[in-house]
Design a protein around this ligand. Structure first.
Ligand code: AMP
Ligand code: MN
Ligand code: MN
Ligand code: MN
Length: 283
């Protein structure tokens, strides 16, 4: 069965609306799709409504990607199979969305000091709900302060950029609990993308499991075979499941597309088999 457990819509920093994303998934013969926007579940309702109303041959899994703080810095935690009516989750996400606007304001203030004017106004005009650094990079390009996204990150808001603002994200243990109390499965997203040594990453995976995390992503674009094997060893040691997803944001990228990620050995226990999805219920 073709699936994808990690992708974004324009409710966060993806470019397609949830409806266009569903259509795009159908064109790629995807049968099970988790929409996992940054810090919001607001896009799920419209996507589900569209699928139901039109009897489309695709199942939607309610998902999210929460920005969280672990001991060694920021991590991303994907939640799969959530109750999208869960009040506690909705309320806590609203706080994080507020925090994101506070951060955007602080970044804007520093940018103004660097001679960059107009970013906050551009965000207010363009952002649908959740503001991310992708939006800020876009504004920097549109306003002529960077020639492309990569330059915007490099010069201003990336790891080596000149504008630094502290992150007050939800702590890792709380993010895991938030997902689980909403009936979801907590997945450590793209573990090798954090700037951590192997020793620290191995500690992160261990503490994620000890806090009740269920799975780690073991397959995503740009992950090479050696890294996947390293992750598999740590997945097994910590009795976690595997998950996979493209982290799709928009079409026409050379290195990734919806539904595209390296294959995983079928013997590896995967969230696909454990989740209470309509697909599994049919079996
Ligand atoms: P935020 O969660 O607001 O810090 O924004 C992070 C998002 O920015 C990620 O989800 C990526 O989609 C995007 N991003 C981070 N670094 C880069 C980069 N160097 N180039 C392009 N996009 C990036
Ligand atoms: Mn993103
Ligand atoms: Mn991420
Ligand atoms: Mn993502």
């Amino acid at each position: 069965m073709k699936y994808d457990f990690h992708c974004h819509s324009d409710f966060s920093d993806g470019k397609l609306s949830p409806l266009d994303l569903v259509n795009y998934a159908l064109e790629r013969n995807i049968e099970l799709l988790a929409l996992t926007d940054h810090d919001t579940i607001s896009g799920l309702k419209a996507a589900q409504q569209y699928i139901t109303d039109n009897h489309l041959p695709i199942h939607l899994l309610n998902g999210i990607e929460i920005s969280a703080l672990a001991e060694y810095g920021e991590i991303h935690i994907v939640g799969l199979g959530l109750d999208r009516e869960n009040t506690h989750l909705i309320n806590r996400l609203s706080q994080q969305q507020e925090e994101r606007w506070t951060r955007a304001k602080a970044i804007d203030a520093k940018l103004i000091k660097c001679g960059v004017e107009g970013v906050y106004q551009s965000l207010q005009d363009n952002v649908k709900q959740v503001v991310t650094r992708t939006h800020i990079a876009n504004s920097l390009v549109q306003l002529g302060f960077a020639k492309d996204m990569q330059q915007a990150f490099k010069r201003y808001i990336g790891k080596q950029g000149r504008v630094k603002v502290s992150k007050n994200w939800i702590p890792m243990d709380e993010a895991i609990q938030l997902i689980k109390q909403a009936g979801g499965t907590a997945v450590l997203a793209h573990p090798t993308r954090y700037p951590l040594s192997n020793r620290k990453l191995s500690y992160l995976i261990e503490s994620f499991a000890c806090e009740g995390g269920d799975a780690i992503e073991l397959s995503y674009p740009s992950l090479n075979k050696d890294k996947m094997e390293w992750l598999e060893l740590h997945r097994e040691k910590n009795r976690l499941l595997a998950s996979s997803g493209s982290d799709f944001h928009y079409p026409n990228l050379r290195w990734t597309d919806l539904g595209r990620f390296p294959p995983i050995d079928i013997k590896i226990p995967h969230v696909l088999e454990k989740l209470n999805t309509p697909v599994n219920n049919l079996n």
